[in-house]
Design a protein around this ligand. Structure first.
Ligand code: AMP
Length: 396
C-alpha cells in the first residue's frame, strides 16, 4: 500500500473511486456539493504531483442500464468550477471511448467516467468489469468511505489488479484517523448518543459501544421500545414489538459493563404525526392513549446536557426526535448545541449518520464539532470492529 502524501504521480494515471452520489435538483444541477468538495484534496494532490486523474463514482440507484437522470454528466460543470479546470467526460465507464480518452491524458488532466452502476457488474463485484476499469490507469486510489463496506467492483475487487500501486485518498485517511480517535483512543468520559427511528438498525453498534463508553444516551423513536419493554405506556409511539427482549438485554448489558445508560424521563407527544398536531408533555412512560411521542422532554434535555458537558469524547448518531418538524426539533437542536459547546471546551466530537449530519447542518453547528463522517453504514460497521472490504483490499 502506498501513501498519497508522498507518492510521486509523475506521468502516471490514477483511477480514483470517489463518492459523487450527490442530490440533484429538477434542473439536474448539484443541490448539495459536500461530497464533491470532500474529494478535492485528493484530486488536487495527484495533479500537484504531476499525475492525471480518472474519476469513477456511482449516482443514485439506476435499475438496469443507462438512465438520463442518473448520468454523471450533470456534475461535470460543477466539478470543473470547483477545480478551476476543464473536466473531460466519457459517456461509458468502460469501452473504447473511455480507453481512448484515458490513454491520451497528460499530467494535470482530469477525466470523469459515466455512472458505474449503469452496469450491474459494479454491485455484483464482477472481476472482468473491475479488470476493464483497472486497465485505464496505473494506480488505484480509493477515496469513497461511504461505500467502503461494499465489496463492489470499483471499491474492492479492482484493488487486486494493482498489487503494489494502490492507496487511500485523503478522505478515507481522515475518516479512519477520526473514527479511531473515538473507538480506539477515546479519552474518558466517553459518551455515545444514539437516536433515530429504530433500535433494530443499531443493535450491533449499541452492543459494541457498551464495551467502550461510560455513558450511553438514548433518544428518538427507539426510546419507546425501551420504555414499553419496561412496562411503560407509550400510546401510539413508534415501537418494535419484536425487539422488546433486545431492549431489556441492552439494559442488562449496560449494568454488566457498568455503563451509565440514560433513557428519556419525559416526552413531547402529539395527537397526530404532523407539525400542527396538539401537543402534551408527559413522563416518558405515561404517554396518553393514541398519542405519539415525537421528541424528548425538557427534563431529559437538561439531564443529557449535563452529561454531554462533562464528556471528553462524544459520538452522535441519530436525532432525538422528529427534527424535520419545527415543533419536535427542540431535543435534537439542544443536544447538538450542547455537543458544540463541549467541543469548544476541549472534547472530541464525531457526528455520523445521515440524519444527525443533516441536523448539525440545519442548526449551523457543522463547524463547531470536531469531525463529521461521510459514512452511514460504513461508519457503523467500522465502529463495530468489522473489517470493511474496501479498506482491507487496500491494506492487503
Ligand atoms: P435513522 O435513519 O434511524 O437515524 O432515523 C432518523 C429518523 O428518525 C428521522 O427522520 C426522525 O424524524 C426519526 N425520528 C426521530 N425520533 C422519532 C420519533 N420519536 N418517532 C418517530 N420517528 C422519529
Amino acid at each position: 500500500m502506498q501513501d498519497i502524501k508522498t507518492y510521486d504521480f509523475s506521468g502516471k494515471k490514477a483511477i480514483v473511486r470517489v463518492d459523487f452520489n450527490v442530490p440533484l435538483n429538477d434542473k439536474f444541477e448539484v443541490a448539495d456539493d459536500t461530497r464533491i468538495r470532500a474529494a478535492l484534496a485528493t484530486i488536487n494532490q495527484i495533479i500537484k504531483k504531476n499525475g492525471s486523474v480518472i474519476l469513477m463514482s456511482h449516482l443514485g440507484r439506476p435499475k438496469s442500464g443507462y438512465e438520463e437522470r442518473f448520468s454523471l454528466k450533470h456534475i461535470v460543470n460543477h466539478l470543473s468550477e470547483l477545480l478551476g479546470k476543464e473536466v473531460k467526460f466519457a459517456d461509458n465507464c468502460i469501452g473504447q471511448q473511455a480507453k481512448d480518452i484515458s490513454s491520451t491524458l497528460i499530467s494535470g488532466e482530469i477525466l470523469l467516467l459515466e455512472n458505474l452502476r449503469f452496469y450491474k457488474e459494479e454491485k455484483s463485484g464482477d472481476e472482468d468489469f473491475a479488470k476493464k476499469l483497472s486497465e485505464l490507469a496505473d494506480i488505484y486510489v480509493n477515496d469513497a468511505f461511504g461505500t467502503a463496506h461494499r465489496a463492489h467492483a470499483s471499491t474492492t475487487v479492482i484493488a487486486k489488479f494493482f498489487p503494489n500501486d494502490k492507496m487511500f485518498g485523503y478522505l478515507i485517511e481522515n475518516e479512519l484517523t477520526n473514527i479511531d480517535n473515538v473507538v480506539k483512543n477515546s479519552k474518558k468520559p466517553f459518551t455515545a448518543i444514539m437516536g433515530g427511528a429504530k433500535v433494530s438498525s443499531k443493535i450491533s453498534i449499541i452492543k459494541e459501544l457498551l464495551k467502550k463508553v461510560d455513558n450511553l444516551i438514548i433518544g428518538g423513536g427507539m426510546t419507546y421500545t425501551f420504555i414499553k419493554a419496561q412496562g411503560g405506556n407509550i400510546g401510539s409511539s413508534l415501537v418494535e414489538e419484536n425487539k422488546l427482549d433486545m431492549a431489556l438485554e441492552i439494559i442488562d448489558l449496560a449494568k454488566k459493563y457498568n455503563v451509565n445508560l440514560l433513557l428519556p424521563i419525559d416526552s413531547i407527544n402529539a395527537d397526530k404525526f404532523a407539525n400542527d398536531a396538539n401537543i402534551e408533555e408527559t413522563e416518558v412512560g405515561n404517554v396518553s392513549d393514541n398519542w405519539i411521542g415525537l421528541d424528548i422532554g425538557n427534563k431529559t434535555i437538561e439531564k443529557y446536557i449535563e452529561v454531554i458537558n462533562n464528556s471528553a469524547t462524544i459520538l452522535w448518531n441519530g436525532p432525538m426526535g422528529v427534527f424535520e418538524m419545527s415543533n419536535f426539533e427542540k431535543g435534537t437542536k439542544k443536544i447538538g448545541e450542547a455537543i458544540a459547546l463541549s467541543t469548544q471546551k476541549g472534547a472530541f466530537s464525531l457526528v455520523g449518520g445521515g440524519d444527525s449530519v443533516a441536523a448539525t447542518n440545519k442548526y449551523g453547528l457543522s463547524k463547531n464539532v470536531s469531525y463529521i463522517s461521510t459514512g452511514g453504514g460504513a461508519l457503523l460497521e467500522y465502529m463495530e470492529g468489522k473489517e470493511l472490504p474496501g479498506i482491507k483490499a487496500i491494506k492487503n
